[in-house]
Write a protein that binds this ligand. Structure first.
Ligand code: CMC
Length: 392
């Protein structure tokens, strides 16, 4: 223990061995369990990708049906858990509402506390996949003061979530297949991203042998920040700010380059990608299509494209290898789907959930796992004597 590596932000620390997700940041490659993200985006579904991440293989038809059926059986919340939603202020941000509700799952399912009880870990996995969309929809309903809907288990996971979010109890709700498909695709693209801040948080909390619910709740809180999942909301605020000031993209980019306090090009840059984020590439390709179908945010899309073009031809961004990341175009799509800006990061959490679960399970099963406990470089006083208060 004589020699400590100083690595703020863990830029060069391999904290885990993992077989889940592969990223080559220089080449812009992302693969889940070996499958290229482009193929999964085109051909797979979110529920199938969730299975792949958690269990390591794409499901057979029978496995997929069993998995879907299990999730459908657990979408209801305990009525007492629903009562939590009436306790939050109406204008509460939905991310802390969601993390609080997920944390509360440990109190409703006290059988979940032993992380080495494999049958129970399996049950907690299904409970999370089933109930987090319900919790997320209720966080939305709470924010707009509308009644909560029970899940409709004849619907698929994404369709059910959309109905609980935008439907009303006494009215039929027709799920728009284009909306469901767009959201399913975005969930696939967010489903895992190896040791990012929230996933590392899930693993670190879990390494103390805290249960799955406590660890995922911590991950949701880590995702909340604007440098991580909160960036998708921050991008939209930024685009609207530029629009409100007359759409002067060049002026905004100058302010970013001058490093004005609090002014960053949100949705740009990444710790690992020093090339175009492959997820952003897919999203950009679909943004045009989805936005023209749903008719929303065209002017903001124009600003976003102009911003990207300006940044990608500017030395500041070229030298630092700053490219659009996953969050650059997602906000525009979420907005067109009808979600308020404050809610975007909840959608990121829904997508990332299977990745967090897969990592927690991999961590808990790995014999090499030790409690996460970094060291420090101490910079304080060496030693000094206590002075009575009258002498300070
Ligand atoms: N706008 C302007 N300058 C930037 C940006 C940006 N978005 N990102 C990085 N830089 C500059 C930074 O100022 C630094 O410059 P210098 O060398 O002169 O000090 C250099 O590029 C390296 O940046 P860094 O902050 O050391 O890089 P990092 O790996 O610690 O941070 C990041 C990565 C994603 C936090 C950062 O790029 C950022 O703040 N981006 C904006 C927020 C964002 O879009 N976050 C979403 C990330 S992707 C999905 C997710 O995780 O949610």
């Amino acid at each position: 223990t004589g020699y400590i590596t100083h690595d703020p932000g863990f830029v060069n620390t391999g904290a885990a061995s993992s077989a889940i997700t592969y990223i080559d940041g220089d080449a812009g490659i992302l693969r889940y369990r070996g499958y290229p993200i482009e193929q999964l985006a085109e051909k797979s579904t979110f529920i199938e990708v969730s299975y792949l991440l958690i269990y390591g293989e794409l499901p057979t038809q029978a496995q997929l049906e069993e998995f879907t059926g299990k999730i459908q059986r657990h979408t209801l919340l305990h009525e007492d858990l629903k009562a939590f939603f009436s306790g939050f202020p109406r204008d509460a941000h939905p991310m802390p509402v969601l993390s609080s509700a997920v944390s509360a799952l440990s109190t409703f399912y006290q059988d979940s506390l032993n992380p080495f009880d494999e049958a129970n870990v399996e049950l907690s996995t299904i409970r999370l996949l089933a109930k987090v969309p319900t919790l997320a929809a209720y966080a939305y309903k709470k924010s707009v003061g509308q009644p909560l809907l029970y899940p409709d288990n004849s619907l698929g996971l994404v369709e059910n979530f959309l109905r609980m979010t935008f439907g009303f109890p006494a009215e039929p709700y027709e799920v728009d297949p284009d909306v469901a498909k767009a959201l399913d695709l975005l969930f696939i693209l967010h489903a895992d991203h190896e040791q990012n801040c929230s996933t590392s948080t899930v693993r670190l909390v879990g390494s103390s042998e805290a249960n799955l619910f406590a660890s995922i709740s911590a991950g949701i809180n880590a995702l909340f920040g604007p440098l991580h999942g909160g960036a998708n909301s921050a991008v939209l605020d930024m685009l609207e700010g530029i629009q409100a000031e007359g759409g002067d993209v060049a002026n905004f980019v100058t302010r970013v380059k001058n490093k004005e306090k609090g002014v960053r090009l949100m949705g740009f840059g990444h710790r690992v990608y020093k090339n175009y984020d492959p997820r952003a590439k897919i999203i950009k390709n679909t943004a045009d299509e989805i936005l023209s179908k749903l008719k929303g945010g065209d002017q903001l899309l124009d600003i976003a494209k102009k911003l990207e073009e300006t940044a990608l031809s500017d030395d500041y961004f070229i030298e630092r290898k700053l490219y659009p990341n996953v969050d650059f175009y997602t906000g525009l799509i979420y907005r067109a789907l009808g979600f308020p800006t404050k809610y975007f990061t909840v959608l990121f959490a829904l997508g990332r959930l299977p990745g967090w679960i897969a990592h927690w399970r991999e961590m808990i099963q790995d014999p090499a796992t030790k409690i996460g406990r970094p060291r420090q470089i101490y910079t304080g006083y060496a030693s000094r004597d206590y002075a009575p208060i009258s002498e300070r």
